[in-house]
Design a protein around this ligand. Sequence first.
Ligand SMILES: NC(=O)c1c(N)nc(OC2CCCC2)nc1O[C@@H]1CCC[C@@H]1O
Length: 323
Amino acid sequence: MDAKEEIRKLTEQLNHYAYEYYVLDQPSVTDADYDQAYRRLEDLEARYPDYIQADSPTQRVGDKLDNRFEKVQHPTPMLSLGDVFDRQELEDFMASVERGLGFMPRFVCEMKIDGLSVSIRYQEGAYQGAATRGDGTVGEDITANVKTISAVPMRLREAQDLEVRGEIYMPKASFKQLNEQREEAGQATFANPRNSAAGSVRQLDPKVTAQRKLNVFLYSGVFDESLGVSSQSELLARLPELGLRVNPNYRICQTAEEVWAYVDEVQEKRHELAYEIDGIVIKVDRFEDQEALGYTVKAPRWAIAYKFPAEQAQTELKDIEWT
Ligand SMILES: NC(=O)c1c(N)nc(OC2CCCC2)nc1O[C@@H]1CCC[C@@H]1O
């Protein structure tokens, strides 16, 4: 096999390993095997730079931006969510949906990831760029920084044109490690994983972002009927087929009791999760039911965020200002 062929095969193989690891959560090789193949690719690319592929995993970290992030217009606004804080309010939401539709629809419940919203665009399957939510209409271009997140594919498994949206987050373990490093270096530590994720994707230098071990869960998007989905639950099953990472802990719920069962289970296992969540998002499942309900000025009438009670912050003795 000549160098060009080997570079193409190694690129494809490494991207497939990343898909197994990040999207299927079922790696077929060890990290050592991955690293060995990655080093082999780096070595070949150094000797034959003309054969480097656009979606090579070695090409994810670009150069430092000079001054600031460009603004990006979201053709389809990135909505916010109404919040509810107790079971009565959540049942009121479900009752308002039933009144709006004339029947009680199927719902999908998802974990509410405590990160920052991102929009990622693909053209014929190739990564085009990424932007923050901003005010919902105008965000900041973070294309170079999102490119450093290994869970974000540079090429979809199908040549689709679509915009996909989700949450970039910093896993709890990465957050702990980062703050330990910063404390060691006498730097200010981050207050929580959400702030450190936001700070990490808004770095002008992608090399810094690349070191922050960020991850992503995708949950919505802008697409046409060629994607072949007609509900939120079908979308959440379809995105992984394209190579896009979805949080698997979602559940279809037909009644308020089923929603409570999910809320109780998630509240129970929240502390075991590798990432922070601050509630549950309950959405009407079928897109035609969502459209029938429509939107308020800034949020859908077909979705709500049920926020967990704020954790009683365990103020550590060292944090108490002794007067
Ligand atoms: N943080 C989340 O995990 C999450 C989610 N699982 N699902 C949605 O659905 C969107 C789609 C239409 C309106 C809200 N939004 C989420 O977070 C958003 C980001 C900005 C406002 C919400 O927090």
